[in-house]
Design a protein around this ligand. Sequence first.
Ligand code: BTN
Length: 340
Amino acid sequence: MKTKILKILRNADGFVSGQAICESLGVSRTAVWKVINQLKEEGYEFDAVSNKGYRIVNYPDILTKSEIESQLDKNDIIKKIVFFDETDSTNNRAKKAAEEGEESGTLFITECQTGGRGRRGRNWVSPPGSGIWMTLLIRPDIRPDEASMLTIVAAMAVSSAITKVTKYDAKAILSDEKDISFADNKIEQCKIKWPNDIVLDKKKICGILTEMSAEPEHVNYVVTGIGINVNTTEFADEIKDMASSIFVQTGVRIKRSHVVAQFAHDFTEYFNRFIKTQDLSLLVDDYNKMLINAGKTVRIEERGDAYTAEAYGIDNEGRLIVKVDDTGEEKKIIAGEVSV
Ligand code: BTN
């Protein structure tokens, strides 16, 4: 009921009377009043005027189930939010729930991870309040060798969500024209470093870790874990030259739930394109526009070998097409580290 009340208030143009809420949900005045009080405790600020009703004037920056679910659309692939104040890793939670039969379209999200995991066995620092630590569980009807393309789909949705929300929230909070154009310029630099790191002005602000359970011909489930540094200002010595956050790069303090909801819409759009052909043919053009490496020299590290090449963009399977500097040979890179 909290999600429904929040959705009514969020979508209302002005005040909504307690009576109107009661009638549309078929609940008592006391029940509505209790939920309004819970929302106040969570940090929502209301204008309450007798004879007019309630209006939310300030939203807290929280990632609760009702805060996110009240912003989802009925066509979104994400149908359900499971929120933890703290957990070891949302990927671990998602995998455990998947094994226990949790349905496709569930998003696991937390304020803080105590054992956040990155790629290549690295850890992922995930302190409270500073970022978005979430994992999407889906059960797509695809072959195991097609699953890595889902990470590309997710990277596109994260990049586009960050760009849209940061611009939108910047307009709401920055009053100075100069500040807005500074933020806009920086936001335009939100790009993807192949295959799926999100960078702002060349600094990594988001990483994605996809894991799956599969049989030879069939995927049981895929969990896509996404870590976005939103407000982080301190980074460990070993990553501080490469890593940053949306706030540090743009000066904008976005509402994290807006990014999650926008990600849900954009992921749905890109995933629907992917599933039509089960490859990236309907996405490559958009991806290559987001790709920071396109048309640039990249340094590639592949199984102990390192060389430079010019990157063109990805093919329909997500491989990076490059021309090796030394030999002029054209290659398609399947996996490896690429630096900008
Ligand atoms: C990377 O190394 O670039 C990938 C980082 C992925 C971090 C996210 S945070 C949410 C989810 N839970 C985890 O333990 N890892 C992923």
